[in-house]
Design a protein. Structure first.
Length: 372
């Protein structure tokens, strides 16, 4: 009797399959034989930026561009009555823009319907590329050490000789000797910046209030290179401390704000600081089986034109720049410092304008004096 009562109880508490689909984070849609979409879970509505009522009146070929790989996958499943998966597909609509996703299409065995499951690869791609960015930043290390010794010493001799010539030169020749001195100083400044990459000592870290760092950076920018730019904040006030080096975090954010200030329009330029807590982000560390949690997200967003698709894959590589007279070392140094903190820096292509996101580890309070 007890066993039967338990069985009856479980029968009465059967889970509605639709309620399961409703809470899944991945977008899921059903496509019928005529191409219409009779069902989409909330994540699917959000992905296609359309309500279920709108989607029911829309065919799949109206929703995605002509020639979209999703259409061919659906046809392939209808012909084979099997399941098809495709990874790294560029999928988008005129509303959403292009997004890199994984797609799984399955036959529903009901009136020739198919189920489409979409997994956005934004975070996965960030995890895959973070080591590439960190390696690109560190690739300058050996070059910096070599340049510091092999280039700066001869440059000092060239500059000294030019100064001696300048003492007895005519006015016309003095302009040339001054040009030599200025150019040697410029080369030395580049080498000095590159020397920062050769510093591989462990950084001293402590509990850092990232909001205080952002306020310090804002004041520096407002009193310097960003006097005409409007600053705004979108903060999570409950954000815990970052486990980092305050001075280096100031340097990172100052570099990002300087780039943003140079890209926004002269009139109406705006830069937004954002912070958020994302507890689900973890990073696999090379040589270690453990995964480091990176729940703290810091963003620098501007209303400029953003970064072009051609240069986007290389923005963290050394000597890559679109600025006239730029050295192309700013973002490479940002990648190195964030990497030294065990974090990730990425450019968010889904946002309008420019938007850099930094993910950092949280400071854990020591439980004992030995840990402290």
């Amino acid at each position: 009797m007890v066993k039967n009562a338990v069985i009856e109880k479980h029968k009465s508490e059967d889970v509605n399959p639709y309620s399961v689909l409703m809470v899944l984070p991945d977008p899921i849609i059903v496509v019928d034989a005529n191409g219409y979409i009779p069902y989409a879970n909330p994540a699917g509505e959000e992905f296609f930026t359309s309500s279920i009522n709108m989607l029911r009146r829309t065919t799949i070929d109206q929703l995605v561009p002509f020639g979209s790989p999703l259409l061919s996958l659906i046809e392939q499943v209808r012909e084979s009555n099997d399941r098809v998966s495709e990874y790294g597909v560029d999928l988008g609509t005129p509303k959403t823009g292009v997004k890199n996703v994984n797609i799984q299409v399955s036959s529903l065995f009901h009136k020739n319907m198919v189920v489409v499951q979409i997994e956005e690869r934004t975070m996965a791609s960030k995890m895959d590329r973070q080591l590439t960015h960190r390696g690109a930043a560190r690739s300058v290390t050996a070059m910096a050490a070599m340049l510091a010794h092999e280039v700066k010493n001869p440059l000092s001799g060239i500059r000294g000789s030019a100064q001696l010539l300048e003492m007895n030169a005519s006015d016309a020749d003095r302009a040339l000797t001054r040009l030599i001195c200025d150019e040697t100083d410029r080369i030395c400044a580049i080498v000095d910046r590159m020397e920062a990459f050769s510093d591989d000592r462990p950084i001293e870290r402590e509990a850092v209030n990232i909001h205080e760092v952002l306020e310090h950076v804002r004041l520096l920018a407002k009193n310097g290179f960003a006097k005409k730019v409007k600053f705004s904040e979108e903060y999570d006030p409950s954000l815990p401390y970052v486990y980092g080096n305050r001075d280096q975090l100031v340097q990172v954010l100052l570099n990002l704000v300087k780039n943003a200030a140079e890209s926004v329009p002269e009139e109406g330029g705006e830069i937004t600081f954002t912070t958020a807590y994302r507890p689900g982000v973890r990073l696999a560390v090379p040589g270690n089986s453990n995964r480091v949690q990176l729940p703290l997200e810091v963003g620098v967003k501007d209303n400029g034109p953003g970064i072009s698709d051609e240069i986007l894959p290389h923005i963290f590589d050394p000597f890559v720049t679109t600025k006239k007279g730029g050295s192309g070392l700013g973002l490479a140094l940002v990648a190195k410092i964030v990497g030294d903190h065990g974090g990730i820096v990425e450019y968010d292509t889904a946002s309008e304008g420019g938007h850099f996101l930094i993910r950092l580890p949280v400071y854990n309070v020591p439980k004992s004096k030995e840990e402290a």
